[in-house]
Design a protein around this ligand. Structure first.
Ligand code: FES
Length: 87
């Protein structure tokens, strides 16, 4: 199974609106999931400038799926679904 890539935007807008907390994501991952997820911090993903995507902070999954208003809880829920869907 390929790792799920999670890019956390740490640009100014995202950082101020909660990305700092998201950077603790790995600590909140269940032990069995840690080797299945590749977490990366990114500079501005350019999403905060687009009007129709919702608000910061933004997280990108596998380079294509955008999550707006991301929180630790939302990201963990999404990861669980993505990993279960891969079984
Ligand atoms: S600061 Fe996060 S998308 Fe721009």
């Amino acid at each position: 199974m390929e790792k799920i890539k999670v890019e956390i935007c740490c640009g100014t807008a995202c950082y101020l609106l909660g990305a700092a907390k998201l950077m603790n994501l790995e600590e909140h991952l269940h032990e069995s999931l840690k080797d299945k997820v590749d977490i990366q911090a990114r500079t501005c993903l350019g999403l905060c400038e687009r009007e129709n995507l919702g608000g910061a902070p933004f997280v990108m999954f596998n380079g294509t799926e955008i999550m707006s208003n991301a929180s630790l809880e939302k990201v963990l829920d999404r990861l669980n679904l993505l990993i279960e869907g891969d079984k």
